[in-house]
Design a protein around this ligand. Structure first.
Ligand SMILES: C[C@H](O)CC(=O)C(=O)O
Ligand SMILES: [Mn+2]
Length: 338
């Protein structure tokens, strides 16, 4: 037993999970799943396009329904939990945030590339002014040293962030990498610290525990692990593991298991297993939401998706450069044909 510390869980099935189903959630699915998560006692329920508010586009992939419909569906059923949205500066705008608040959002996670916290200053200040609980979220954190992450976390804190997240967006970190980064941030900032895992190296639960051991008190997960790449930390399993470790989450284990098995599993396009190309994301350090784009490019140019992913890793491509996947595949195919 590790004590009775409380862990705040953020369920992102209805946001990161959206990547795994090509952003095709219906309003009915969102309402049913959000109601189940809320009844299970999940504290934060994140709902947005996989790439955040206004992410529906040719570059990222179009959503089946508008963000208004998504948030309306979720807020109509959430009674206790906090409806949360994701916003990437440069994609989501003030108007998107106002719309989200209108439809019941009470918290926002402002996400930037791990070295670009400074582009979030206005967004964090604006969100705080609007009365939202505001998280700063550093994406692709394996690409920066603990010292660099501390510098970026301090920026978020100075802008007024209530919680600072370290995200292993590529699922590329080992437990010691997580501990080094989370520990360094926890020792520096005075706000709570969170961790967002991807399971590409099959380490999402182990890494989430490592984060908690290093002082994180906010952890992300999704039902059945539904999410970009090999998916996120499987929240129902995480709840059970945290129960066994003696942590409090406020989540009812049977209820969250039933949401995962009864509501989320039936809508999954494929089992969330660590297939070769998903593993390769973590191995090569590539952004998890590139997976389906790379699989499609591989089919189009008759390539092995692993080769595309290795090349993307070599080129240190980051979120927002989805259009470069086709370019990289085209160049590889040209080289092969030559
Ligand atoms: C916009 C991204 O999908 C945010 C995220 O979940 C990650 O970086 O991981
Ligand atoms: Mn993610």
């Amino acid at each position: 037993m590790s004590g009775t510390k409380s862990i705040h869980l953020v369920d992102t099935t209805l946001r990161d999970g959206s990547h795994a189903i090509s952003h095709q959630y219906t309003a009915e699915q969102i309402a049913t799943i959000a109601a189940g998560l809320d009844a299970a006692g999940v504290e934060y329920i994140e709902v947005s396009h996989g790439d955040g508010l206004a992410g529906s586009s040719i570059n990222y992939g179009r959503s089946a329904i508008s963000e208004e419909e998504m948030l309306k569906a979720a807020s109509s059923v959430i009674k206790k939990g906090t409806l949360t949205v994701l916003l990437l500066p440069g994609i989501g705008t003030q108007e998107d945030l106002e719309m989200a608040i209108h439809y019941g959002a009470k918290a926002v996670r402002v996400a930037t590339h791990v070295t670009e916290a400074d582009i979030a200053q206005q967004h964090i200040a604006m969100a705080k002014k609007m009365g939202l609980k505001t998280f700063g979220f550093l994406m692709l954190s394996h690409m920066a040293s603990p010292e660099k992450i501390v510098e970026q976390a301090k920026l978020f804190e100075s802008y007024g962030a209530d919680v600072i997240y370290v995200a292993d967006s590529a699922g590329a970190m080992l437990p010691e990498d997580v501990k080094a980064r989370i520990g360094a941030v926890v020792n520096t900032v005075s706000v709570p610290v969170g961790f967002h895992a991807h399971n590409n190296l099959t380490l999402a639960t182990a890494n989430s525990l490592a984060a908690i051991e290093a002082g994180a008190s906010y952890i992300d997960g999704t039902c059945r692990g539904l999410g970009a790449g090999a998916g996120n930390c499987q929240i129902e399993a995480l709840v059970g593991v945290l129960n066994k470790k003696g942590y409090q989450t406020g989540v009812d284990l049977y209820k969250i298991m039933d949401v995962a098995e009864g509501l989320v599993e039936p809508i999954m396009h494929r089992p969330q297993v660590v297939r070769n190309s998903a593993f390769m994301l973590g191995y090569a350090g590539v952004y998890s939401s590139f997976l389906l784009h790379a699989d499609r490019a591989a089919a189009k140019f008759n390539l092995d998706p692993r080769d595309i992913l290795v090349e993307l890793g070599n080129k240190k491509m980051v979120g927002g450069q989805e259009d470069m996947i086709i370019d990289v595949a085209y160049q590889l195919a040209k080289k092969r044909g030559a």
